[in-house]
Design a protein around this ligand. Structure first.
Ligand SMILES: *[C@@H]1O[C@H](CO)[C@@H](O)[C@H](O)[C@H]1NC(C)=O
Ligand SMILES: *[C@@H]1O[C@H](CO)[C@@H](O)[C@H](O)[C@H]1NC(C)=O
Ligand SMILES: *[C@@H]1O[C@H](CO)[C@@H](O)[C@H](O)[C@H]1NC(C)=O
Ligand SMILES: *[C@@H]1O[C@H](CO)[C@@H](O)[C@H](O)[C@H]1NC(C)=O
Ligand SMILES: *[C@@H]1O[C@H](CO)[C@@H](O)[C@H](O)[C@H]1NC(C)=O
Length: 848
């Protein structure tokens, strides 16, 4: 104790209170690990206070290289990145000293070091000393006094906003600071950046008190200044507002999978937790570009990230100082070239001045300027324009459904032209600014009329065609009475036949919970180092796959779909949302998607063990998969496929099941990949690409390869081939048994009939396997690859046969289609038109 006092004397330079007001009740007991902190107990260095479900923890930690200790709350597993709240940000516990957190004599939470100095306190006025503290499962440290919550950490956030926090804003002072950044990545003391909310529900990020970025207003769905935030609902984020006691409150629903962090370098980042991979995904961050920065191009300047230079002046405006502007200092902004009418004659025009009347220049797709007012009585865009025109102080207007008529009376500040999204802004200009352009506009209008007539005619024609095809198809469907798809029919019909569209839509409305995040293109570019060749994992039938690493360290697989899925962005998004709902432990998990210009990108969880073919066909790695693991893989694939065929609501036919589409997780559990992509590539309207047949030699069922007909039984066939490959360790499409000139399937059938199953089994597993199980598997495999679809079992029967332990009593028939395609090419192939496929197919047959 005496040495501590000596140290205290030397270190006593903080303006801290010596902790004397508190008389602690006797000697405090340590709690080690608990969910409630009561009077008489204290949390010492090393002790942890857990939330009831264990999602959050409160304890002591060291930040970075300094040995200073802090008390904070972290989420799930400790790392500096998961710390969401720090108590003693500016008063660390010095390395030489100890400290403890306890309920002080007055009932407040207090962090006191071994020199009796108060490092941090909840510092609230209490009537009774009878307090307890606990940590909620949403990360809120709550101080309860005689049954009421008197203090909570949610009201005093550090650098992290957690879903469920309420932000209150005093309507009179009109400013608040909710988050303050850390000084450095590893230094929790107060940094230069802070973040708050304005009464118009806009988030503002300040750097040393000056605006650095703003989100734009909340329109009920998203912040209008964040174009990447396609629909906030898909991020599980909803900002609600209520007013109470002269304060306006913003809050979000509790949701422990989301947090927003103000980083030490001044970016605001939205992170989402994925349970399946136990990682945090960075959904967006701002400011991310030059133009995201507040008023980058000055007043009346417009910032456009695609342009060189990115700053320009609004139409009718010129740089305030061309010298500064041309040297790249845009902060001075722009000024009006021609004074507007009411400014020049000092009066308000009454509306019928004719040609000289001021006019509005329309800018589309912009981040609306800061500081708007509302003309609440105006209900449409035309009246909004009239309203603005009549008042000389109105410099611009915009009509946005969520806000009504918005008008700007001060300088136009912080205008950013988005690449997609954004709103319309109408800027007031003198009539003379328009005269040069009018002739051109006139011509354009005439052109537009022709174009519109053309579009309408084309539309009528296609409606007719669709109606014809539809009737034809209906007849055929009735005649055949099953869901097989015929080569002549378009893919649109395929989709309808495979999945009952109406029923699906009905279900979707109810269930928005599985919505999938849109990940910004910038994030993807950064994660894959601009699709660097070194990150290429492979090329599948639908496009290349890249490995990526997000800024949080999470590894992802990025699939860039080959151009021409032929879908519009909206359709693509809808498909992705449907596919994302397919969740099963034997399916690869889709984490997000991205659309940018022509690119359509899917982001999957990354599977470190790569695909099954890299194991079963590689002599060096074969040994890693013993019989037990292989059986587990076979059963897993069967379950995943059954889910796709029957249990999922979409009834997906995979159409390209093969060893390279089976990925293995760290425990060698199989996960089917590329499912549902046939859907994305099938529901387009373009005739030439709708005839694409997707599949891989050796796995294609006879009816699919020859006639283009597919059904769930085509997948069963591919499964059968895959199963036999897993057992034999040999590829179907390259295998030719020495001397016998038989395909793998024919060879399996031959040995099966000779009752020599062990002759078929991969020698590396012949020791570890059981004859019973192997025979059962080969039997099932041979049943699956029978020629006639009706002879093949469904996936549910397959699973029953595989798992029941009862042998399948059915004898398989000889697979006559078991041609030996001697091709080393295991890539999927697509063909424009079935004729092409048959041609190639015949070439293979005759070429042997
Ligand atoms: C506690 O709050 C009061 C008033 O808000 C303030 O004056 C005082 O400095 C605070 N004490 C500590 C230890 O922060
Ligand atoms: C403290 O408050 C709790 C209710 O929150 C009550 O049950 C308990 O009796 C109180 N204890 C004292 C000593 O006042
Ligand atoms: C914070 O701002 C001050 C003053 O502008 C500056 O000197 C300091 O370098 C800034 N710190 C960081 C970490 O950016
Ligand atoms: C840019 O121009 C403004 C005035 O418009 C001036 O105050 C500022 O110092 C200039 N900045 C630089 C870096 O020259
Ligand atoms: C124009 O707007 C200003 C500011 O809102 C207001 O004070 C003034 O009364 C308005 N003038 C007219 C004619 O509506």
């Amino acid at each position: 104790m005496s040495t501590a006092y000596v140290k205290c004397c030397r270190l006593h330079k903080w303006p801290l209170f010596v902790f004397s007001l508190v008389s602690l009740t006797g000697i405090l007991q340590a709690v080690h690990s608990a969910t409630i902190l009561q009077r008489g107990y204290s949390l010492k260095d090393g002790d942890i206070l857990d939330s009831p479900a264990g999602t959050f923890h409160l304890g002591f930690f060291t930040s970075g290289n300094s040995s200073n200790r802090y008390v904070g709350i972290w989420e799930r597993v400790f790392s500096l990145q998961t710390v969401v709240w720090v108590a003693n940000r500016d008063y660390p516990i010095l390395p030489e000293l100890d400290a403890s957190l306890s309920i002080a004599g007055d009932g407040n939470l207090a962090l006191v070091d071994s020199c009796h100095r108060l490092l941090w306190s909840s510092n609230t006025t209490l009537v009774s000393p009878n307090s307890t503290a606990m940590l909620s499962d949403y990360g809120d440290l709550i101080l309860n006094n005689s049954g009421a919550t008197v203090w909570e950490s949610f009201d005093h956030p550090s650098d992290t906003y957690l879903a469920g926090m309420k932000i209150s804003l005093d309507l009179i002072t009109n400013s608040n600071k909710i988050l303050t950044s850390w000084k450095k990545l590893d230094d929790p003391s107060m940094g230069n950046f802070s973040l708050g909310v304005t009464p118009a529900a806009q988030i503002i990020l300040w750097e040393n008190g000056r605006p650095r970025w703003r989100s734009g207003q909340w329109n009920g769905q998203a912040f209008i200044g964040i174009p990447d935030m396609v629909s906030a609902a898909s991020y599980g984020f909803k900002l609600s507002v209520f007013i109470k006691d002269g304060k306006i409150y913003y809050y979000t629903d509790f949701n422990s999978s989301h947090r927003w962090v103000l980083s030490s370098i001044g970016t605001f980042t939205h992170l989402m937790y994925f349970e399946s991979t136990d990682t945090w995904l960075n959904l967006w961050e701002a400011p991310a570009t030059e133009c995201d920065k507040y008023n980058r191009c000055g007043n009346y300047g417009i910032c456009s990230d695609g342009a060189v230079p990115f700053c320009s002046c609004l139409k009718g405006f010129v740089p305030k100082s061309s010298l500064e502007w041309n040297s790249g200092n845009w902060s001075g902004g722009c000024v009006r070239r021609t004074r507007v009418l009411c400014e020049s004659n000092g009066m308000t025009p009454d509306g019928d001045v004719g040609d000289v009347q001021d006019r509005f220049h329309l800018m589309q797709g912009v981040k609306l300027p800061d500081f708007f007012g509302r003309a609440s009585q105006v209900v449409n865009v035309r009246d909004c324009g009239q309203f603005c025109l009549k008042n000389c102080s109105c410099k611009a207007f915009s009509f946005v459904d969520a806000f009504g008529c918005m008008i700007w009376e001060s300088n136009l500040v912080d205008i950013n032209v988005f690449r997609s999204g954004g709103n319309d802004l109408n800027v007031r200009l003198a009539a003379s600014e328009f005269t040069q352009d009018d002739a051109v506009t006139g011509q354009k209008k005439t052109m537009a009329v022709y174009v519109i007539v053309g579009i309408v005619l084309a539309g009528l024609l296609s409606v007719g065609c669709i109606a014809l095809i539809f009737c034809k198809y209906r007849r055929r469907k009735v005649a055949d009475g099953n869901s097989l798809i015929y080569p002549g029919s378009s893919r649109k019909q395929v989709v309808e036949a495979v999945s009952p569209v109406k029923e699906m839509q009905g279900e979707d409305k109810e269930d928005k919970s599985h919505e999938i995040p849109h990940i910004s293109f910038r994030t993807i570019l950064a994660a894959t180092s601009y699709f660097a060749g070194a990150n290429l994992l492979g090329k599948g039938g639908f496009g290349p796959v890249y490995k990526g690493t997000l800024s949080g360290g999470q590894e992802i697989a990025v699939k860039k779909l080959s151009t021409g899925s032929g879908q519009g962005m909206e359709e693509f998004k809808n498909e992705v949302i449907l596919i994302a709902k397919l969740q099963h432990r034997n399916l690869v998990r889709l984490l997000g998607f991205c659309t940018e210009n022509e690119d359509q990108i899917l982001v999957y969880e990354y599977m470190p063990n790569k695909s099954l073919d890299s194991f079963i066909f590689e002599s060096s790695k074969k040994v890693l998969l013993d019989w037990e693991k292989r059986l587990n893989i076979i059963e897993g694939i069967a379950r995943g496929l059954l889910y796709l065929h029957r249990d999922s609501r979409l009834r997906i036919i995979h159409r390209d099941l093969k060893a390279s589409n089976i990925l293995l997780d760290e425990d060698m559990n199989p996960k089917i990949s590329d499912f549902g992509l046939a859907r994305i590539f099938s529901s387009d309207n373009n005739e030439t690409s709708t005839r694409r047949v997707v599949g891989t030699y050796g796995y294609m069922s006879p009816e699919y390869a020859m006639q283009g007909i597919f059904s769930v039984k085509s997948d069963v066939y591919s499964f059968g081939v895959l199963l036999l490959e897993i057992i034999s360790g040999k590829k179907n499409n390259t295998y030719r048994h020495t001397g016998l000139n038989l395909s793998l399937l024919a060879y399996a059938w031959k040995l099966w009939n000779e009752e020599n199953v062990m002759g078929f089994v991969d020698p590396t597993i012949s020791d570890s396997c059981s004859l019973d199980e192997v025979s059962r598997c080969i039997n099932v495999g041979l049943l699956c690859v029978q020629d006639r679809t009706s002879d093949r079992p469904s996936m549910s029967s397959v699973i029953v046969m595989l798992e029941s332990g009862v042998s399948a009593h059915t004898e398989p028939m000889k697979p006559t289609f078991a041609f030996d395609a001697v091709s080393s090419d295991t890539q999927s192939h697509s063909y424009d038109g079935r004729a092409g496929l048959i041609h190639e197919f015949i070439t293979i047959l005759t070429g042997r």
